[in-house]
Write a new protein. Structure first.
Length: 239
């Protein structure tokens, strides 16, 4: 189980097309830009045992990035585990904020520079999420209001040395102004690409296949039966 002691467990991310956030009676479709490359269903490229494209076959321990930027870890190793670790780090950050400006700053660091719409689309989505949660449209929110997402499990598709589709199963919680909570799970298809010496998000949610049927409560037999594998959080953080 990914969460460390004391970490909040919160609601599905605020930006994946095809991912729906459900809080009580609220259903909010969350969006992200299509970059036109739609690599979700490209044929997998066979890998040698020493290749960065080797796919893990069980639970993995997430690794840290080499440094931080915009409050997130970056500089992940050129391995499949590095790609999963980067996807988890980026989704946890971008889907765990109600601040549109911060969400956009995360995408400017974590997103493929060629997909220029990522930051603005995520900021717009966060604004829509605030409205759906009946929060004021702009400015800081008073405690204890929080919204956070944690990737708990993963699957892989189309593993290549420089391109991999990472599916993340998330566990999320919204805490409102009265301290009430709502929890749900989500499935995030995250297209990861190796660009300029680091893993970047090419797209979130925009693939040629619907993965919503894989939704399940993390760390349960149901999740395992859908093919989900555990993520083990890396202690500490990048300096």
């Amino acid at each position: 189980m990914r969460n460390l002691i004391g970490a909040k467990r919160l609601v599905p991310g605020a930006f994946a097309a095809g991912v729906v956030l459900v809080i009580g009676a609220i259903a909010v479709p969350l969006i992200c830009a299509r970059d036109g490359r739609n690599a979700g269903n490209k044929p997998a490229i066979p890998a040698s045992p020493s290749s960065p494209a080797v796919a893990p076959s069980g639970a993995i321990s997430l690794v840290q990035g080499a440094r931080t930027a915009a409050g997130i870890q970056v500089g992940f190793p050129h391995t499949t585990v590095g790609a999963v670790s980067a996807a988890s780090e980026y989704v946890d950050a971008a889907a765990s904020t109600l601040d549109p400006d911060y969400a956009a700053s995360v995408m400017r660091v974590a997103g493929d520079p060629g997909n220029t719409a990522l930051p603005s689309n995520l900021a717009t989505s966060i604004g829509k999420l605030r409205a759906a949660l009946q929060l004021r449209p702009a400015g800081p929110l008073d405690p204890p209001v929080t919204f956070q997402t944690t990737a708990q499990m993963y699957q892989l598709r189309n593993v290549a040395a420089d391109d991999v589709l990472v599916l993340l199963l998330t566990d999320s919680t919204f805490i409102n102004a009265q301290g009430g909570t709502a929890q749900t799970t989500g499935v995030f298809p995250v297209q990861m690409r190796w660009i300029a010496g680091d893993w970047k998000i090419g797209a979130v949610g925009h693939t040629d296949q619907d993965y919503s049927a894989l939704a399940a409560t993390p760390d349960t037999q149901a999740a395992a039966s859908h093919g989900w594998l555990a993520l083990v959080g890396a202690p500490g953080g990048a300096s």
